[in-house]
Design a protein around this ligand. Structure first.
Ligand SMILES: *Cc1c(COP(=O)(O)O)cnc(C)c1O
Length: 399
């Protein structure tokens, strides 16, 4: 008898959807088809009633390009099932509406859109949401006894790269009968697999590392069949289905996910170490640095430290803006995870909507720059940062 060996992440990212499709294609082709024809009404009813798998209607997700993508996505996180969406926010909305209606506790910093959804929109529907900081974890138990049934967080967080303990928080959530959902966008399944650490559900903005080329917008949700099946009708009727062309493009990108992310880990580590030595940098936030507060936990729960880091420019907020404007290889843009390196100043972009006090409470100074390290050569990225930090001449944009 042959023992079934679990394949490695790289193999699963390439062959997770089966080796070839019905017509022999080794990759995921685009079925730009909205509706699928049947031989007979009996055949149609088999699919409609769920007795047989099959393609039916693309907005339902019943499309071969989408099936193939979702099999690969599930394999990457070691999940029983995955659903794909037209954006990360669409995945989060379906997640919260399905499993968060009894109340949601969000821990630590989260993506701006997530915070807005939790604090402004979901309460309009009567959903109680609680936002606490990573330093206020002792409030979690009390909040969970008020009826909240979902705990949600990102780790590492944006933009301070704070680490939250997935194993410890999942134990707390489960003790109160709550689910733990983790946004794994920043780490990607290459660097962190929350389901193995006790999380119940994983959400991704596939727009970032999974897509990896800043050329697609998509989202994903992974978990057990029991937890994902109830999401299906929400996705179907919210109409938040991924387009087949995007599904094919995302499946193409997943084939290089492991090599891309490992390279980004290595380059980010070199950039972080070099910034830590730079006299015009006050502080570097990167879990791969031994003196970073989250380093020990990151070593325990992550397989790599990621491609995201933040620096605090010694000269203050206005100087940070000038540094960002002087960078040439790092493009001034929000978002992350692509082949090209990006820079943002959180106080002017991702966290612009917060008051100065709220930013300070979260440890986000005006002098902070967030870097998404791409796939360029590390030496060139470091040289770009050095010229921007060392330049005495104000840039055009700053004059
Ligand atoms: C970008 C992002 C989202 C939202 O994803 P979209 O694909 O833009 O909808 C959610 N969470 C995190 C951590 C993100 O970076």
């Amino acid at each position: 008898m042959t023992k079934v060996r679990k394949q490695g992440l790289s193999t699963r990212s390439i062959h997770g959807h089966g080796s070839r499709d019905a017509h022999g294609s080794p990759h995921v082709p685009v079925y730009d088809t909205t509706t699928f024809a049947f031989q007979s009404t009996a055949d149609l009813l088999d699919v409609v009633d769920g007795r047989k798998p099959g393609s039916l209607y693309t907005r339902y997700g019943l499309n071969p390009s989408i099936f193939a993508l979702e099999e690969t996505l599930a394999g990457l996180e070691g999940a029983e099932m995955a659903w794909s969406f037209c954006s990360g926010m669409a995945a989060e909305t379906a997640l919260f509406l399905t499993h968060g209606r009894a109340g949601i506790v969000c821990i630590g910093d989260a993506y701006g859109g997530t915070l807005e959804l939790l604090s402004s929109q979901l309460p309009l529907l009567g959903i109680k949401t609680h936002l606490i900081l990573g330093s206020e974890l002792d409030e979690l138990d009390a909040l969970l006894t008020t009826g909240a049934r979902m705990v949600f967080f990102e780790t590492p967080t944006n933009p301070t790269l704070e680490m939250l303990d997935i194993r410890a928080i999942s134990a707390k959530a489960h003790a109160c009968g709550a689910l733990l959902a983790v946004d794994n966008t920043f780490a990607s399944p290459v660097n962190q697999r929350p389901l193995e650490l006790g999380a119940d559900l994983i959400v991704h903005s596939a727009t970032k590392y999974l897509g990896g080329h800043s050329d697609l917008t998509a989202g994903a949700l992974m978990g057990s069949k029991e937890l994902l099946m109830p999401v299906w009708n929400w996705r179907k009727n919210l109409g938040s289905m991924i387009a087949p062309a995007t599904a094919s493009l995302l499946a193409r990108s997943l084939r290089t996910l492991v090599v891309r992310v490992r390279q980004q880990n290595e380059t980010a580590q070199r950039v972080a170490e070099s910034m830590a030595r730079h006299p015009k940098v006050r502080r570097v936030f990167y879990p791969g640095l031994v003196d970073c507060p989250g380093h020990a936990l990151a070593k325990e729960q992550m397989h790599g430290f990621g491609g995201m880091l933040s620096i605090e420019v010694a000269g203050g907020g206005e100087e940070a803006t000038r540094v960002a404007d002087r960078l040439k290889l790092f493009a001034l843009a929000p978002s992350l995870g692509g082949a090209e390196s990006l820079v943002t100043q959180p106080c002017t972009t991702t966290h612009h909507g917060l008051t100065a006090e709220e930013r300070a409470r979260r440890g986000i100074s005006d002098a902070m720059l967030r870097l998404s390290v791409g796939l360029e050569d590390a030496e060139d990225l470091i040289a770009d940062l050095e010229q921007a930090l060392d330049s005495e001449i104000p840039s055009m944009a700053a004059t």
